[in-house]
Design a protein around this ligand. Sequence first.
Ligand code: IVH
Length: 702
Amino acid sequence: MDIQELINSYKQETDISKKIAKLREIINICVHYYYVKDESLISDYEYDLLFSELVKLEKEHPELVTPDSPTQRVGGEPLKEFRNVPHKKPMLSLSNTYSFDEVKDFHRRVLELLGNEPVEYFAELKFDGVAISIFYENNRFSLAVTRGDGFVGDDVTLNIKTIKNLPLVTKEVSVNGGVIRNFEVRGEVYLNVADFHKINEERISSGEKPFANPRNLASGTLKLLDPRQVAQRPLRVVAYYLDTDDVKLESQSRNIELMREMGLPVSPYSKLCSNLDAVFQFIEEWKEKRHTLPFQIDGIVIKVNSLDQQNRLGTIARSPRWAIAFKYEAEKATTVLKKITLQVGRTGIVTPVAELEPVFLAGSTISRATLHNADYIKELDLRVGDTVIVEKGGEVIPKVTGVVLEKRPPDAVEFVFPEYCECGLQGRLVRLPGEVAYFCEHPECPWQLRRRIEHFASRNAMDIEGMGEKVVDQLVTLGFLKNIASVYELHQFRDKLIELERWGEKKVDNLLEAIEESKKRPLHRLIFGLGIRFIGEGAAKILAKHFNNLDNIMKASKEDFTSIYEIGEKMAESLVRFFSDPKELEIIEKLRAYGVNFEEKEEFVTIGKKLEGLTFVLTGELQSMTRNEAKAKIEQLGGKVSSSVSKKTSFVIAGANPGSKYSDAVKLGIKILNEEEFLELIGAEKPKDNFANKPESNTLFD
Ligand code: IVH
């Protein structure tokens, strides 16, 4: 049936349950065409109308909502943690090969083990993402589990449910008279490179740290506990494995077909190869063509096609004997090294960077590459003006791996690591004994300062949302941030910040709120955030647990530190050096004065968001803030704001002259809060003057 006919039939349907079912079917078909087949059956506008119609009908008939409805892709509340789930069969990994000779060896072993039976291979792209195991029960999506350690993974069902190219209901497909209803598919969760860049650009402009590559982004996203955040990221799934007890399965190529028929997303780029030459041809074909794909692959997977043969071949250690991965060599190119510049890293380490004549490599043009450290440059005997070899290993960050000596110009000069930092303060670049890294010695080096503040505010340290690289850079440049303690003085610049381009009241207040909130972090985050050399997150936790508060740590001697099993000589020395530096002590005293928590109190370790799980409806005028501000406050504290009152509403906030939502709330028996109570609930200060027109309260707090 064509889609317009289905739409007409849904429109004419009078039975509400059938009408909803038809609407869901239409939406599922449209989503499948859009995300799996790259085809739009209807306009975005029409789609939005149908979807909101379904939302409306389900709201009116909550008893008809089912977990597989397209409206349920993002439901519920964030999880506290993921549940562990054992795998039905272990999730294996593939052994890698890098040459045709190694593939020939694999083929020889296969033939030997199968007693020289004829074998066919199924060649597939090796998607560079995160492995996932997904279960369907009665053709309904029911469970999704990460690979974990191969035996036990995390239940990420709610996150995977948000992925639009994965059907929540699959078509029933029959094989030799049996029907596949209960099955497991395994596949890869990945992102298109364009989506990866888009997300990174957004993160950079909002001051957050960008992801290193699409795989990291996919894996970081799956680890999010809030499915609503996951739904914002355009993850995709590709299925490459099927397992079921419902019917007897025959081959990998047939399984891929079956999954396609069920409506599951499978790769269109696989090939059944009747001999090894066909496999080699496939590998050759994708060597260059892979750069034209919208996603990254990290090789080719070659699988024995017959499942019976696969079973007989079995597995060795954690890899199957019936499959291998062929990895393409890192792509190389040559270009000219124009300059070596310095870049200050997170911990103040100064890293040399190669500035290159732009060159096209593995699908993109590169003009910079990492040189790691001074010793690396020496080892390669790299000179400005040299023709160098650049490689893209993980295919995102390029590196310089060699020099073409024959092309060295006579005037190429040896690189001498600069004596002074580019910070303008004439800070000397020093190398601590036994280390390869250089640091700027000047205590006020603005480059180091930027990195230190960034680190202090980072997620695993004081976790100040909105205070990433870009923001820190801007605030240091403006002179608003002078050291980590000055983060807590930023409120003095509120008015000036609001005036800045791309800031505004809401953004500034959100940042100030996040800064205020960070004062409550437990001690181990503060210790980590201080940026003491050699003191990583693990050591910070050990110190916090052992000493309980910062004052005890400040008083401790080197021996006190080394008496702790996990704290070594180098760490102890660094701690003593840090806590006897008058500049650092001055900063610490400021942090204390601003009310930063110095204790490892239990209650500080995990504090959930106060309004998590609550839905609010706003009506009338508030005196102390605008409606938008109230909405932002509620959302900041984890609550939701809805525009209409229903049984699901937790509170109606009634300002002066409330509208019909007030009487709706009364009718439905929903708690009504006046402004004063609302302010108390969100922990905000009450304005000095009285609330003139406050409606009668039905007191929440009695
Ligand atoms: S088959 C027994 N096919 O590569 C191996 N894996 O180390 C089952 N991968 O963990 C995997 N694309 O995450 C297979 N077409 C493909 C694949 C693929 C990517 C990943 C998968 C697996 C890893 C192998």
